[in-house]
Design a protein. Sequence first.
Length: 570
Amino acid sequence: MKKLIAFLFFISGNYIYGQAIDSLNQSLTYFELIKEYKILDQKYDNAALITYGKTDCGLNLQLFIISGNGIFQPQSLHELGKVILFINNGIHPGEPDGMDASLKFAKKILQDTTAKRYLENVVICIVPVLNIDGALNRNSTSRVNQNGPVEYGFRGNAKNLDLNRDFIKTDASNTHSLKAILQQWEPDVFVDTHVSDGADYQYTMTLISTQHNKLNPILGTFLHDSFTPALLNAMKDKNDEMIPYVAPLNEESSPDSGIVAFLETPRFLSGYMAAHNCFSFITESHMLKPFSERVKSMMNFLSTILAFTAENKTEILNRRKAAAEYDERLKWYPYNFEVDMTKKDSIYFNGYTAEYLPSKVTGLQRLKYNHDKPFRKKIGFYNDYSAKDSVEIPDNFFVPQAYENIVRMLELNGATINRIAQDSTANCKSIYIDDYTTTSAPYEGHYLHSNVRSHSIDEKIWMKRGDYLVSTKQKSLRTIMETLMPDAVDSYFCWGFFDSILQEKEWFSSYVFEDLADLLLKKDELLAAKFTNWKKDHPKADSYSQLYFIYQNSPYFEKGYKRYPIRLLY
C-alpha cells in the first residue's frame, strides 16, 4: 500500500518522477490530440476529421482537413484547381513537436479571418499521428538527447518498425493506410515533421528540402532557386532564422567544417513523395532547444509554407503538370545519386565553438560546444548530387504472376498494371545478378542488399495468361523505376523480395560429374581454355571448386540462377 501511495505521488499533481512539470513542456497524448481535432470538426464547417485504414495497433488512421469551400472530396478539389498542402506528424512519436504544432496551427487558421485568403487556394491535410502505436507507448527516457517534453512516444511501431524506413517495403499497416490516403489526395506540397539529433548550433529549426538534382528537373530548379530560398528568407524575417539540415561531413567533425545536404531515398516518406513529383520537405527542430520554442518554430514554418504555397499556387500546379509531361517523354532514367564533393556552396552558419576536452567519464577526448563562444561565419554546403547509374527506360516491365505481392505494392504506389489475356512470347532484356552486399544483421525486418552488380542479355520469354505488364508511360514512372531496377538503392530486390533467386536448386555429386567434366573439356575447346585460365588465377582451388567452375559454365547449370524475374521489354 505504501508503494502504491508513493507511486501515485510521483505521477500526480504537478510532478512526474519527482520532477516539477512545466506546463509548456508537455505534449498532448494521442487521445487528447484526437479529441481536440474532433472539437474542431464539430465547430467549423470547413474542417473535417476523416477516419481511414487500420494501423498495426488496431486503431484507425485519422486525417484532418481544412477546406475553405467546405468540400472534402479530393478529386473535386483538384478539379477546382486547389493546391493540396499535406502535413504528416508522428512518424517518430518521440519527436512530437509537429504533433502539437499542427494542432495549434489548425486552430490558428480556422480562427483567424485573415487566413481565409490562403484557403481560397490551398486545402490543408494533417495527419495528427501516423505512428499511433508508438504514440501510445509513452515514456520519458527513450530520447536521451532531447530537451523535453516531459513525456513522448516511442520511435518503433507495434511491429517495432521505424515507419520512416518503410515506404518502399510497406511492412506496416500504418504505411499501407497512409499510402492509400496519399494516392487519394495526391499532395502538391508535403511536410513531414521531425526533431533532429546531432550537432549543437543556434537555430531552432532546420530544413531538408528534397534533393533538387534527383527531383524531376522542372521541379528541382524551382525548388532550389525559388521555393527553398523563400522559406529560409521568410523564417528569417520572423526572427526565427532557419538553415538547411545540419549533417556534418562526418560524425566526428563539427558543422563549421561543412555540411552535406541529406539525400532522402524512397524508403523515407519524403523521398517516396518526391518520387511522385511532389515538393517535399522535412522539418527538423533542434533537440536541445526547449520544447515550447520548438513548437513555436514549427508553427512559424507551417505558416510560412502555407503562405508561399497559396501565393504560388499557379506556379506549383503548372510545374507539377509540366513535370508529368516531362516524365512521359523521358528516355533514360538516372538513379543512385551520390554527393558531388567537387561542388560546394557557401552559406552563413550560426554555431557554437567546438572544443575537445578530457572526458570525466572515459578519460579520453570528448566534444563539447561552448555556448559562451557563439559565431557566425561562412561554411561549405555540399548540395549537389549526380547519378551514378542510368538506364534506358523500357516500354514495359514484365512481372510473372508468381510475384503477386510485387504487383499489389506497385498498385499501392499508384501504378496502373495490365494483366496479360493470353499466352504469348516476347523479346526482352533479362538481368542477371552478379554480386551484391548484404547487411550482417536485420535492418527494419529485412537483410538489406546494396552495391548490386548485374549484367543483362537479350532473351525471348514466354508470357503466360495472367502475368502482368507494367507500362512506364504513366505518372508513377519514378516509383516504378526505383522499385523494379534491381540495383536501385531502394528496389524491391534490395529489400529482399526476390531472395529465392539467389539460391541454387540443383547440384551435382563430384564422383558422378567427374567423368562428364572430362568429356566436356575434351569436346569444348573454349571451355577448356577458360578453365585453364581460371586455374592460373586460382592455383590453390580444391577439386570441388574446379569441378564447380566447369559445371557453372556448362549446359547443365540451372539457367534461372540469379536471373531477376522482372524483365524489361523495349
